[in-house]
Design a protein around this ligand. Structure first.
Ligand SMILES: Nc1ncnc2c1ncn2[C@@H]1O[C@H](COP(=O)(O)OP(=O)(O)O)[C@@H](O)[C@H]1O
Ligand SMILES: Cc1ncc(COP(=O)(O)O)c(N)n1
Length: 270
Protein backbone atom coordinates (compact mmCIF):
# COMPACT_ATOMS: atom_id res chain seq x y z
CA UNK A 1 0.00 0.00 0.00
CA UNK A 2 1.38 3.41 -0.95
CA UNK A 3 1.04 6.08 1.72
CA UNK A 4 2.21 9.63 2.08
CA UNK A 5 4.89 10.17 4.69
CA UNK A 6 5.73 13.01 7.02
CA UNK A 7 8.73 13.56 9.27
CA UNK A 8 8.92 15.51 12.51
CA UNK A 9 12.24 16.79 13.85
CA UNK A 10 11.34 17.71 17.43
CA UNK A 11 11.62 17.05 21.13
CA UNK A 12 9.97 14.20 23.00
CA UNK A 13 7.29 15.15 25.55
CA UNK A 14 6.98 12.38 28.15
CA UNK A 15 3.49 13.69 28.94
CA UNK A 16 2.40 12.88 25.38
CA UNK A 17 0.65 16.17 24.59
CA UNK A 18 3.27 18.16 22.68
CA UNK A 19 6.46 17.49 20.71
CA UNK A 20 6.94 14.36 18.63
CA UNK A 21 4.13 12.54 20.44
CA UNK A 22 1.67 15.22 19.38
CA UNK A 23 3.05 15.31 15.86
CA UNK A 24 2.86 11.55 15.30
CA UNK A 25 -0.70 11.38 16.65
CA UNK A 26 -1.70 14.19 14.29
CA UNK A 27 -0.05 12.53 11.28
CA UNK A 28 -1.87 9.31 12.09
CA UNK A 29 -5.26 11.02 12.37
CA UNK A 30 -4.72 12.67 8.97
CA UNK A 31 -3.81 9.36 7.28
CA UNK A 32 -0.11 10.06 6.89
CA UNK A 33 2.72 7.71 7.86
CA UNK A 34 4.78 9.41 10.57
CA UNK A 35 8.54 9.37 11.15
CA UNK A 36 10.57 11.19 13.78
CA UNK A 37 14.05 12.44 14.58
CA UNK A 38 14.31 13.23 18.30
CA UNK A 39 16.25 16.38 19.17
CA UNK A 40 15.84 16.26 22.95
CA UNK A 41 14.15 14.15 25.56
CA UNK A 42 12.06 16.23 27.94
CA UNK A 43 10.73 15.05 31.29
CA UNK A 44 7.40 16.82 31.17
CA UNK A 45 3.80 16.65 32.32
CA UNK A 46 0.79 18.95 32.11
CA UNK A 47 2.24 21.10 34.92
CA UNK A 48 5.64 21.80 33.42
CA UNK A 49 9.08 20.69 32.29
CA UNK A 50 11.15 18.80 34.88
CA UNK A 51 14.24 18.19 32.77
CA UNK A 52 15.71 18.55 29.27
CA UNK A 53 18.22 16.06 27.87
CA UNK A 54 19.37 17.18 24.41
CA UNK A 55 20.53 14.71 21.76
CA UNK A 56 23.94 15.53 20.26
CA UNK A 57 24.02 17.19 16.84
CA UNK A 58 25.69 13.99 15.60
CA UNK A 59 22.78 11.96 16.95
CA UNK A 60 20.27 14.17 15.16
CA UNK A 61 22.23 14.02 11.88
CA UNK A 62 22.48 10.26 12.16
CA UNK A 63 18.69 9.88 12.54
CA UNK A 64 18.08 12.19 9.58
CA UNK A 65 20.60 10.38 7.39
CA UNK A 66 19.01 7.03 8.21
CA UNK A 67 15.63 8.43 7.17
CA UNK A 68 16.98 10.23 4.11
CA UNK A 69 18.91 7.21 2.84
CA UNK A 70 15.85 5.01 2.72
CA UNK A 71 12.53 6.75 3.29
CA UNK A 72 11.37 9.77 1.38
CA UNK A 73 9.27 12.14 3.48
CA UNK A 74 6.68 14.05 1.45
CA UNK A 75 6.76 16.84 4.03
CA UNK A 76 8.86 17.69 7.07
CA UNK A 77 8.29 19.81 10.18
CA UNK A 78 10.59 21.08 12.88
CA UNK A 79 9.56 21.76 16.47
CA UNK A 80 11.77 22.06 19.55
CA UNK A 81 15.38 22.19 18.33
CA UNK A 82 16.88 23.43 21.61
CA UNK A 83 20.32 24.71 20.50
CA UNK A 84 22.18 26.09 17.51
CA UNK A 85 24.17 22.90 16.90
CA UNK A 86 20.92 20.95 16.47
CA UNK A 87 19.47 23.69 14.24
CA UNK A 88 22.56 23.49 12.03
CA UNK A 89 22.34 19.69 11.87
CA UNK A 90 18.64 19.77 10.97
CA UNK A 91 19.04 22.52 8.38
CA UNK A 92 22.03 20.70 6.82
CA UNK A 93 20.07 17.47 6.34
CA UNK A 94 16.95 19.26 5.12
CA UNK A 95 19.04 21.03 2.49
CA UNK A 96 21.06 17.97 1.47
CA UNK A 97 17.99 15.81 0.98
CA UNK A 98 16.04 18.60 -0.75
CA UNK A 99 13.14 18.40 1.72
CA UNK A 100 11.47 21.57 0.54
CA UNK A 101 7.96 20.87 1.82
CA UNK A 102 9.09 22.25 5.17
CA UNK A 103 7.05 23.64 8.07
CA UNK A 104 9.08 25.40 10.76
CA UNK A 105 7.40 25.83 14.15
CA UNK A 106 9.94 28.01 15.97
CA UNK A 107 9.29 26.55 19.43
CA UNK A 108 10.93 28.66 22.15
CA UNK A 109 9.06 28.46 25.47
CA UNK A 110 6.74 25.81 26.95
CA UNK A 111 3.29 26.82 28.27
CA UNK A 112 4.64 26.71 31.85
CA UNK A 113 7.49 29.10 30.96
CA UNK A 114 10.43 26.67 30.53
CA UNK A 115 12.99 27.53 27.86
CA UNK A 116 12.91 25.06 24.94
CA UNK A 117 15.34 27.02 22.75
CA UNK A 118 18.58 28.47 24.07
CA UNK A 119 18.71 32.25 23.87
CA UNK A 120 21.59 32.42 21.38
CA UNK A 121 19.84 30.00 18.99
CA UNK A 122 17.16 32.32 17.60
CA UNK A 123 19.76 33.84 15.25
CA UNK A 124 20.56 30.36 13.92
CA UNK A 125 16.88 29.74 13.20
CA UNK A 126 16.82 32.92 11.10
CA UNK A 127 20.08 32.22 9.32
CA UNK A 128 19.81 28.51 8.56
CA UNK A 129 16.28 27.25 8.88
CA UNK A 130 13.68 29.91 8.13
CA UNK A 131 15.08 30.52 4.62
CA UNK A 132 14.30 26.85 3.82
CA UNK A 133 10.71 27.01 5.09
CA UNK A 134 7.55 26.83 3.04
CA UNK A 135 5.51 27.72 6.13
CA UNK A 136 6.64 29.20 9.44
CA UNK A 137 4.22 29.24 12.40
CA UNK A 138 5.40 31.51 15.25
CA UNK A 139 3.08 32.53 18.07
CA UNK A 140 3.18 36.22 18.97
CA UNK A 141 6.03 36.01 21.55
CA UNK A 142 8.11 33.95 19.09
CA UNK A 143 7.45 36.44 16.28
CA UNK A 144 8.60 39.19 18.64
CA UNK A 145 11.91 37.43 19.32
CA UNK A 146 12.49 36.68 15.62
CA UNK A 147 11.69 40.20 14.42
CA UNK A 148 12.96 42.16 17.44
CA UNK A 149 9.73 44.17 17.50
CA UNK A 150 6.92 44.45 20.03
CA UNK A 151 3.67 43.22 18.47
CA UNK A 152 0.84 45.08 20.15
CA UNK A 153 -1.43 46.02 17.25
CA UNK A 154 -2.91 44.45 14.14
CA UNK A 155 -0.65 46.62 11.99
CA UNK A 156 2.45 45.42 13.81
CA UNK A 157 1.36 41.82 13.45
CA UNK A 158 1.22 42.38 9.68
CA UNK A 159 4.60 44.12 9.68
CA UNK A 160 6.15 41.19 11.60
CA UNK A 161 4.74 38.74 9.04
CA UNK A 162 6.30 40.77 6.23
CA UNK A 163 9.68 40.75 8.00
CA UNK A 164 9.54 36.97 8.50
CA UNK A 165 8.73 36.38 4.82
CA UNK A 166 11.63 38.76 4.09
CA UNK A 167 13.94 36.41 6.03
CA UNK A 168 12.97 33.69 3.57
CA UNK A 169 9.80 31.87 4.64
CA UNK A 170 7.35 31.50 1.72
CA UNK A 171 4.36 31.81 4.07
CA UNK A 172 4.20 33.20 7.60
CA UNK A 173 1.39 32.33 9.99
CA UNK A 174 1.34 34.40 13.18
CA UNK A 175 -0.87 32.39 15.50
CA UNK A 176 -3.52 33.98 17.65
CA UNK A 177 -3.37 31.88 20.83
CA UNK A 178 -1.54 34.66 22.69
CA UNK A 179 -3.47 37.44 20.98
CA UNK A 180 -6.16 38.18 23.53
CA UNK A 181 -8.22 40.71 21.67
CA UNK A 182 -11.59 39.05 21.52
CA UNK A 183 -13.43 35.77 21.64
CA UNK A 184 -11.97 35.07 18.21
CA UNK A 185 -8.78 33.07 17.94
CA UNK A 186 -7.69 33.84 14.40
CA UNK A 187 -4.27 33.32 12.88
CA UNK A 188 -2.80 35.85 10.45
CA UNK A 189 -1.37 34.48 7.19
CA UNK A 190 0.94 36.32 4.82
CA UNK A 191 2.10 34.56 1.66
CA UNK A 192 4.36 37.30 0.37
CA UNK A 193 1.48 38.89 -1.55
CA UNK A 194 -1.74 38.83 0.40
CA UNK A 195 -2.80 38.76 4.04
CA UNK A 196 -5.70 36.64 5.23
CA UNK A 197 -7.01 35.27 8.51
CA UNK A 198 -7.67 31.67 9.52
CA UNK A 199 -10.79 32.27 11.55
CA UNK A 200 -11.30 30.45 14.80
CA UNK A 201 -13.36 30.71 17.96
CA UNK A 202 -11.47 31.13 21.23
CA UNK A 203 -12.30 28.26 23.58
CA UNK A 204 -12.20 29.11 27.29
CA UNK A 205 -10.01 26.23 28.46
CA UNK A 206 -6.74 25.52 30.21
CA UNK A 207 -6.21 22.44 28.06
CA UNK A 208 -3.91 23.96 25.46
CA UNK A 209 -0.75 21.91 25.94
CA UNK A 210 0.56 21.14 22.47
CA UNK A 211 -1.67 23.47 20.43
CA UNK A 212 1.25 24.81 18.39
CA UNK A 213 2.73 21.37 17.77
CA UNK A 214 -0.63 19.92 16.74
CA UNK A 215 -1.41 22.81 14.38
CA UNK A 216 1.96 22.71 12.61
CA UNK A 217 1.84 18.91 12.37
CA UNK A 218 -1.59 19.10 10.74
CA UNK A 219 -0.25 21.58 8.15
CA UNK A 220 2.64 19.19 7.49
CA UNK A 221 0.35 16.17 7.08
CA UNK A 222 -1.82 18.02 4.58
CA UNK A 223 1.20 19.19 2.58
CA UNK A 224 2.43 15.56 2.60
CA UNK A 225 -0.76 14.40 0.88
CA UNK A 226 -0.31 17.06 -1.79
CA UNK A 227 -2.66 19.80 -0.62
CA UNK A 228 -1.78 23.39 -1.49
CA UNK A 229 -0.50 25.48 1.44
CA UNK A 230 -3.80 27.38 1.53
CA UNK A 231 -5.82 24.16 1.73
CA UNK A 232 -3.40 22.72 4.29
CA UNK A 233 -3.73 25.79 6.52
CA UNK A 234 -7.52 25.68 6.31
CA UNK A 235 -7.71 22.01 7.32
CA UNK A 236 -5.09 22.46 10.07
CA UNK A 237 -7.17 25.26 11.56
CA UNK A 238 -10.27 23.03 11.65
CA UNK A 239 -8.17 20.24 13.15
CA UNK A 240 -6.80 22.42 15.98
CA UNK A 241 -10.20 24.03 16.63
CA UNK A 242 -11.74 20.60 17.23
CA UNK A 243 -8.69 19.46 19.22
CA UNK A 244 -9.03 22.44 21.59
CA UNK A 245 -12.85 22.29 21.77
CA UNK A 246 -12.69 18.67 22.91
CA UNK A 247 -9.45 19.11 24.91
CA UNK A 248 -8.53 16.29 27.24
CA UNK A 249 -8.95 16.51 31.01
CA UNK A 250 -5.70 14.86 32.07
CA UNK A 251 -3.31 15.99 34.75
CA UNK A 252 -3.77 19.08 36.89
CA UNK A 253 -2.04 21.63 34.65
CA UNK A 254 -2.53 22.44 30.96
CA UNK A 255 -4.22 19.30 29.64
CA UNK A 256 -3.45 18.13 26.10
CA UNK A 257 -5.40 18.80 22.94
CA UNK A 258 -7.57 16.02 21.58
CA UNK A 259 -5.98 14.62 18.45
CA UNK A 260 -8.88 12.40 17.49
CA UNK A 261 -11.58 15.06 17.84
CA UNK A 262 -11.33 16.33 14.26
CA UNK A 263 -11.87 12.90 12.72
CA UNK A 264 -14.10 11.22 15.27
CA UNK A 265 -15.98 13.97 17.10
CA UNK A 266 -15.55 17.38 15.53
CA UNK A 267 -16.75 16.52 12.06
CA UNK A 268 -19.68 14.50 13.36
CA UNK A 269 -20.98 17.54 15.23
CA UNK A 270 -20.40 20.07 12.47
N1 LIG B 1 -8.06 28.86 23.52
C1 LIG B 1 -8.01 28.58 22.22
N2 LIG B 1 -9.15 28.38 21.51
C2 LIG B 1 -9.12 28.09 20.19
N3 LIG B 1 -7.97 27.99 19.48
C3 LIG B 1 -6.80 28.17 20.11
C4 LIG B 1 -6.75 28.47 21.52
N4 LIG B 1 -5.44 28.63 21.88
C5 LIG B 1 -4.71 28.42 20.76
N5 LIG B 1 -5.52 28.16 19.69
C6 LIG B 1 -5.09 27.91 18.32
O1 LIG B 1 -4.09 26.91 18.39
C7 LIG B 1 -3.07 27.15 17.42
C8 LIG B 1 -1.75 27.31 18.15
O2 LIG B 1 -1.70 28.63 18.68
P1 LIG B 1 -0.84 29.14 19.88
O3 LIG B 1 -1.44 28.62 21.13
O4 LIG B 1 -0.70 30.61 19.72
O5 LIG B 1 0.53 28.45 19.63
P2 LIG B 1 1.65 27.93 20.62
O6 LIG B 1 1.18 26.61 21.15
O7 LIG B 1 2.84 27.81 19.73
O8 LIG B 1 1.81 28.95 21.68
C9 LIG B 1 -3.52 28.38 16.66
O9 LIG B 1 -4.27 28.01 15.52
C10 LIG B 1 -4.41 29.10 17.66
O10 LIG B 1 -5.32 29.98 17.05
C1 LIG C 1 8.94 18.67 23.49
C2 LIG C 1 8.07 19.88 23.40
N1 LIG C 1 7.96 20.54 22.22
C3 LIG C 1 7.17 21.63 22.14
C4 LIG C 1 6.47 22.10 23.23
C5 LIG C 1 5.63 23.35 23.12
O1 LIG C 1 4.28 23.06 23.25
P1 LIG C 1 3.13 23.94 22.60
O2 LIG C 1 2.74 23.26 21.36
O3 LIG C 1 2.04 23.93 23.61
O4 LIG C 1 3.67 25.31 22.34
C6 LIG C 1 6.60 21.41 24.44
N2 LIG C 1 5.95 21.81 25.55
N3 LIG C 1 7.41 20.30 24.50
Amino acid sequence: MQVNKALTIAGSDSGGGAGIQSDLKTFQELNVYGMSAVTAVTAQNTRGVHGIYPVTAEGVTSQLEAIGADLRPDAVKTGMLFNKEIIEAAAGAIKNFGWNNLVVDPVMVAKGGSILLEEDAAAALKEWLIPLAKVITPNVPEAEVLTGMKIDSAEKRKKAAEILCGIGADITVIKGGHWNESDLCSDLVYDGQEFYELDGKRVATKNTHGTGCTFSAAITAELAIGKTPKEALHTAKQFIQAAVEYGIEAGSGHGPTNHWAYRRLGNAKR
